[in-house]
Design a binder for this molecule. Sequence first.
Ligand SMILES: *[C@@H]1O[C@H](CO)[C@@H](O)[C@H](O)[C@H]1NC(C)=O
Ligand SMILES: *[C@@H]1O[C@H](CO)[C@@H](O)[C@H](O)[C@H]1NC(C)=O
Ligand SMILES: *[C@@H]1O[C@H](CO)[C@@H](O)[C@H](O)[C@H]1NC(C)=O
Ligand SMILES: *[C@@H]1O[C@H](CO)[C@@H](O)[C@H](O)[C@H]1NC(C)=O
Length: 420
Amino acid sequence: MKLTIIYLLVVAVTLVLVFNVKVSEGVLPAPRMLDTDDDGISHFPSYHGIRMHIRCYKGGAVDVDLKNSSSDSSKETTTSDNILLFDNGINFYYCSWAKVLTKIRENKKLYSSVKQICFFDRYGYGNSDPAPYQFEPLESIRYLRQSLALINIPPPYVYVGWSWSAIHAQTFALNYPKEINGLVLIEGNNIGLLKDESVGLINNFTIQQFNHLSDQNSRGQLKEALKSLPFAGSQEDGQRAIGWLTLNSTQLPKVCIENSQAIFSDPSNNVFRAVIQDLSTMISAANYLNQSYYYSSHPQHPLGDVPLVILSGKEGISDDWEKRQIDMLKLSSNSVQIQKTSYYAPIDNPEYVEMALEKVIEMVKESNNNGNGNDNNVGTLVIIFDGDNGADDINPNSSPSVYHPTLFFNLFIIFFILLF
Ligand SMILES: *[C@@H]1O[C@H](CO)[C@@H](O)[C@H](O)[C@H]1NC(C)=O
Ligand SMILES: *[C@@H]1O[C@H](CO)[C@@H](O)[C@H](O)[C@H]1NC(C)=O
Ligand SMILES: *[C@@H]1O[C@H](CO)[C@@H](O)[C@H](O)[C@H]1NC(C)=O
Ligand SMILES: *[C@@H]1O[C@H](CO)[C@@H](O)[C@H](O)[C@H]1NC(C)=O
């Protein structure tokens, strides 16, 4: 009798182990971001049974910090406490930051001022489990905090949010202000989407496209489906806009291309579902933020004086998008904008992101030294630099009227960019 029970237990444990091994290794390739010298560690903390993929690299500050921490109780060396946390736009995952990672590691000053560089996949993307139901950003943020706690990466963080995830970054900073010591919003989305009448239509259209991709993927027809999507411009640009990355369209490390294509075309269809979930929460997420800002005790600067860097294109995707980037400067009383061209800065212009990171780290340091941070520093335009032409004199308050020609003619891509 007892033996039978023990036997059954052994079988059950074995099954669980085997099952777990299968789930964690799955059909997805092991996460990696660099073709060579990749010493990152992928963590899979499981909070309430949902595993989140968080890949971290040590920064240069870790040694100094360790040596000093035993004797020095007066934690003045706050620069070495910086933990960079990178979040993605809709349908991108950890690997879209590979070039940014390389830039940070090559930049001695920047590298030595950060302790950890972490990239995570929101549920359903990359190597993270899917969410059991549609999570609102606040719920995602709660799970993210708990997941980070489980792997012993405690706050505060410098949260870098690209596109859609700028909403998550704001939600985090609003609800847990003590845990965010800096924000970088790259072509970020904001409450302005509530005033955009095309959002409902575009979301419906996009959801339809992703349902189609998902169906075709289940039939093993993904590649054909990707070719027949209604892209108005170059097919490769269009495919990249929806998350199908190629070496030619991104110049990302080879391992990133392979991993990201494997994730995108995984039979689970997790990515397609995650995209649809993100799109479905868009309005409610923005409404939540808008209400919180509107009824904030300090609505002028609802995020207080958190160091905030807005990295956004100089040539507007649209006037409205540009205006919204400038609007976001008011979220904090300590904000700057770096005007650069390129919605795809993390992939196409990692040096812009590097610049934004240098700036935010400098602001974090200043605000630590000043106690309560800088006030009346809203919307300083730090760098206006146009690549080829060098510095020029765009006024941050003027509405740029130039459209990026490729984007202008590629309606489908515009759809994605405006939203994500
Ligand atoms: C400890 O920190 C101080 C100042 O932050 C630095 O100058 C010094 O080199 C550090 N000591 C060690 C052993 O790393
Ligand atoms: C989007 O789809 C939903 C559900 O199918 C529908 O109720 C709504 O009217 C649509 N919105 C637009 C703007 O087409
Ligand atoms: C690679 O990209 C370039 C520029 O975007 C494009 O002109 C070319 O056709 C692409 N090549 C392939 C093989 O897709
Ligand atoms: C934000 O909420 C306020 C109060 O409900 C409302 O008046 C305002 O129009 C909203 N803003 C946007 C952008 O929808």
